[in-house]
Design a binder for this molecule. Structure first.
Ligand code: ZN
Length: 620
């Protein structure tokens, strides 16, 4: 039998997916492999097909009992003899399986890593002909990985005790360069054929936005994407609650999920979302494992996750149906502080190991922050991190589609660097960013005055620059290597060797920034929605609101003895039904609403809409 007939006969596929065939060829020819491919990219075929082609037994080492059982069931279904050995088996069954394995009854045997060095299993290993060992979730061997398992470190020892060294294949869904090196070294792979594939999801649009008001952004985004289903991820239960409440208050069909809810409510809410009874799921990262909902067309991140692995996994829940979907991360500097706080408090600082873990977490956080701040193609940034090459310029991310302008910030850079230089003259170790910004902006707070920063010649030289913009300059100077921020608990900012070129030799500094800020983009969105509002058919719910608004209009018209259209015309009512203004500010943005009409009718319409929304929101 050749690989194609195995693939067809046992797995029902007529062709291999990209990369699979090379991996199979390498294994069958006796070469070790390292396969890095995400869930759903056809990882198991890469070791199951060789298992069928090679003489003897294939061992698959996997940490997940339920996954092993599923795979065995699937293989049996396909007519492949397979079994799994794990701690969940009753004693009797365990030895029955061992005996059958010895007699050569199975082609594939799944085993948990903890079992490998037990006497009974070693006995089998010594006497059975093991041709190939596939290590699934191979990143568990690395302390740099997210799910380090000490039992994985025993795999190499186990293999070294076999009478004949089998081919080794290591497979994982996510592996950074460091983790890959660990896998190769710790599993003692011999010049492995390495393949990284399947991470690119061309139908996903990636975006980073820095809106001033995140809740507002999310609300408008969802209103803009009528009839679309999506997930909003938040970092904390508290923000899940507040975002969910906010969305419901404007009539969006939303539900929530976090570890603080009862198991009953969690599974009910999850079902509501999966079966499209609720359109939007607001959740912490506790939500999503094992959820298979193909029509998720957006994943918004209210907060930045703590690393890119988590982000890509969560964002990747969008667009499983292959349809175009959007993954947008809402970034704010506060998120960085929150993430740092979590890292500091999730490890016991006394232990050396915990300290190393915290350091790795911080490094991963830096990569995540880099994603939020970079101006290069977001897709290439992501794929680079996961080891898959991409040339950039994908045309389907906010950096590729956004308009960028180069701003000359040499003068600002000189002011800032000069401020840092003066601080370092007094405090050679440097001060924190806040102290620097307060001095440059001429703040009069106690700390600034106590330190005598108001006596510095650089005090107040950037008085007119808003703090947000200051932050952009500082980011740019750090990114371009003129400034460096060090220290975790009390980070200080200092000059680098590159700084004098700007300070004394007039080296030009530029900053790449988006031509359209998040606010402008939102304003555009609002405008375009207004334009289309009248033209697009309103949803059923909005139709019912529209009908009741018309009744209200008639009542007001009669009371004021004017024709109905004088109160508001139909275009205005259509827009009200769709946009559901909540405040006078919102109400004034409705077309056809001037000051006089707002003053005369605004309150009545806003109250009416609020009442309607309350009565029609799906809040139980
Ligand atoms: Zn791009």
């Amino acid at each position: 039998m050749d690989k194609f007939s195995v693939l067809q006969q046992y797995f029902g596929h007529s062709s291999f997916r990209p990369g699979q065939e090379q991996v199979v060829d390498a294994i069958v020819s006796g070469q070790d492999v390292l396969g890095v491919m995400p869930t759903g990219a056809g990882k198991s075929v890469c070791y199951q097909v060789p298992a069928m082609l090679m003489p003897g037994l294939t061992l698959v080492i996997s940490p997940l009992i339920s996954l092993m059982q599923d795979q065995v069931a699937a293989l049996e279904e396909e007519g492949v003899h397979a079994a799994c050995l794990n701690s969940a088996l009753p004693e009797g069954l365990y030895s029955t399986i061992l005996r059958a394995a010895l007699e050569g009854d199975y082609k594939i045997l799944y085993v948990a890593p903890e079992r490998l060095l037990t006497d009974s299993f070693l006995y089998l290993a010594m006497h059975a002909r093991i041709a190939f060992v596939a290590v699934d979730e191979a990143h568990c061997v690395s302390q740099w990985g997210q799910d380090f398992r000490p039992s994985y470190l025993k795999i190499a020892e186990f293999i070294s005790r076999l009478p004949c060294r089998p081919v080794i294949g290591a497979f994982t869904a996510t592996a950074t360069e460091q983790v890959k090196q660990d896998i190769i070294a710790l599993l003692q792979l011999n010049q492995p054929f390495t393949l990284t594939t399947g991470f690119d999801r061309p139908n996903l649009y990636f975006g980073v936005a820095r809106p001033r008001d995140k809740e507002r952004y999310i609300e408008e985004y969802i209103l803009d994407h009528r009839d679309r289903s999506g997930i909003v991820y938040c970092a904390t239960r508290k923000s899940v609650e507040s975002v969910c409440k906010e969305l419901r208050s404007v009539g969006i069909s939303a539900t929530r999920y976090h570890a603080g809810l009862t198991p009953e409510e969690r599974s009910k809410n999850q079902e509501d979302f999966v079966y499209d009874r609720k359109r939007v799921m607001v959740a912490t990262n506790a939500f999503g494992m094992g959820i298979d909902k193909s029509n998720v067309s957006f994943v918004l991140h209210y907060n930045m996750p703590k690393n890119l692995e988590n982000y890509y996994q969560e964002a990747g829940r969008a667009g499983r149906d292959g349809e175009r979907a959007e993954c947008i991360l809402l970034f704010s500097l506060g998120d960085v502080q929150t993430a740092k706080y979590f890292i500091q408090n999730s490890h016991d600082n006394d232990e050396l190991q915990a300290e190393a873990a915290a350091r790795r977490d911080r490094e991963r956080l830096d990569v995540m922050v880099g994603y939020c701040k970079t101006t290069r193609c977001l897709r290439s940034y992501l794929l680079d991190y996961f080891g898959e090459h991409h040339t950039g310029g994908c045309g389907n991310c906010s950096n590729c589609t956004g308009e960028f302008v180069q701003t000359d910030i040499t003068t600002e850079a000189q002011k800032i660097l000069s401020g840092v230089a003066r601080i370092q003259k007094r405090w050679p170790g440097g001060l924190g960013v806040v102290a620097l910004v307060q001095m440059l902006r001429g703040a009069k707070d106690q700390k600034t005055l106590e330190r005598g920063l108001d006596q510095f010649p650089t005090y107040g030289i950037m008085r007119d620059v808003p703090p947000q913009r200051m932050r952009l300059y500082l980011d740019a100077l750090q990114e371009q290597g003129y400034l460096t921020e060090t220290g975790d608990e009390f980070p200080v900012i200092t000059l680098t060797a590159k700084a004098p070129a700007v300070l004394f030799h007039g080296e030009q500094v530029t900053m790449q920034e988006r031509a359209a800020t998040a606010q402008e983009t939102q304003a555009k969105r609002r405008a375009s929605r207004k334009k289309t509002a009248a033209r697009t058919a309103l949803s059923e719910a909005d139709d019912s609101l529209l009908a009741s608004l018309k009744t209200l209009r008639s009542e007001l018209a009669q009371k004021n003895h004017v024709p109905a259209y004088i109160v508001f015309n139909n275009v205005s009512l259509d827009e009200m039904a769709e946009l559901k203004p909540r405040t006078m500010g919102d109400f004034r943005r409705i077309s056809g609403v001037g000051d006089a009409k707002a003053a005369k009718y605004g309150e009545a319409f806003i109250k009416h809409i609020a009442k309607w929304v309350r009565e029609h929101s799906e809040e139980e």
